[in-house]
Design a protein around this ligand. Structure first.
Ligand code: ZN
Length: 304
């Protein structure tokens, strides 16, 4: 894990990016932005997609994060994250809204076909920044240096129970001919088993004792989701507490999808233990912001 600083912003990078100068990326902490409590300070989400922060601060924070990566003049896209395993492929940038870091994101009306719902995005397009926002859910980044495919997935408990990273690897194979053994993945900070108490329903959905009413887990993923699930029980004075390890569960799914263990890097930080660094929906009881993970393939002119 590499720690970086830009002005007052602190952000993290996976060690594997050092090998690939064409890959631009940052896992941003909450530090160094414009928003005030409870969104202090580098919050990148505002209504209707979460939180109650004001648009001006959120847009300035988004611009600041892009600046830190020298992506200020780069078109930028996001997804309307819905805790699914739906993977979107960015092939025709002209059909996407590329104003994630502009005030027009909030002021220009959204055409229904421009609302890109899903929880993973992959692309071979150079010079486009992909940005997803998080507060406890696991951010997972992907890079295939052979086919030059980059992607980000959003793995909260629901998306993970639906196999979002398995679906992402599968989509990279089908769309771009990626081989799983070539793919590098990084799992950024998420809520850890130290803090993530879940209900019995959550375990039942992972194990297939129950099924989601909407967006059921793909039957082809069912066994892998069940076998990847990493739960533990902690004895508290007043009760037994069921815990989910969302980073390890996603790592297991990546291995089951065919990635090599040495190609998977995990940032060992818990968002709920470290609210000095990250927003935590659970710890802050929903009154909090979202930190951003940005990924881009350098524009062709930058990287001959
Ligand atoms: Zn913790």
């Amino acid at each position: 894990m590499i720690e970086q600083q830009y002005e007052n912003i602190r952000y993290l990078q996976f060690d594997y990016v050092r090998q690939f100068p064409e890959l631009i990326h940052g896992v941003f902490t909450r530090q160094g932005g414009y928003s005030s409590a409870p969104y202090a300070s580098l919050n990148t989400s505002a209504p209707p997609r979460g939180g109650g922060d004001n648009f001006d601060d959120v847009v300035r924070n988004r611009q600041l994060a892009l600046q830190a990566l020298d992506l200020s003049s780069t078109p930028n896209v996001t997804l309307w994250q819905i805790h699914s395993a739906d993977v979107l492929t960015l092939t025709q940038p002209e059909t996407w809204r590329t104003d994630w870091a502009s005030m027009s994101y909030y002021t220009r009306p959204w055409q229904p076909e421009m609302i890109r719902q899903g929880d993973a995005i992959i692309t071979q397009e150079r010079g486009i920044a992909m940005a997803l926002s998080f507060a406890d859910c696991a951010p997972i980044t992907f890079y295939d240096p052979v086919q030059h495919v980059a992607g980000i997935a959003h793995g909260g408990w629901r998306g993970t129970a639906r196999g979002v990273v398995i679906a992402t690897v599968e989509e990279m194979q089908q769309r771009y001919g990626s081989r799983p053994q070539d793919i590098y993945a990084g799992i950024a900070p998420a809520i850890g088993p130290c803090c993530y108490e879940v209900s019995q329903d959550v375990e039942d959905l992972f194990l297939g004792r129950q099924e989601f009413d909407v967006l059921p887990t793909n039957p082809r993923y069912r066994v892998r989701v069940r076998e990847s699930a990493t739960f533990s029980t902690i004895q508290l004075p007043e009760k037994e507490s069921l815990r989910l390890d969302i980073q390890t569960t996603n790592r297991n799914q990546l291995l089951m999808a065919g990635l090599q263990p040495e190609h998977i890097e995990v940032m060992p930080l818990c968002t709920s233990c470290r609210t000095d660094l990250f927003f935590s929906h659970r710890k802050e009881q929903g009154r909090t912001g979202r930190f951003v993970v940005i990924l881009a393939l350098a524009a062709a002119s930058d990287h001959a």
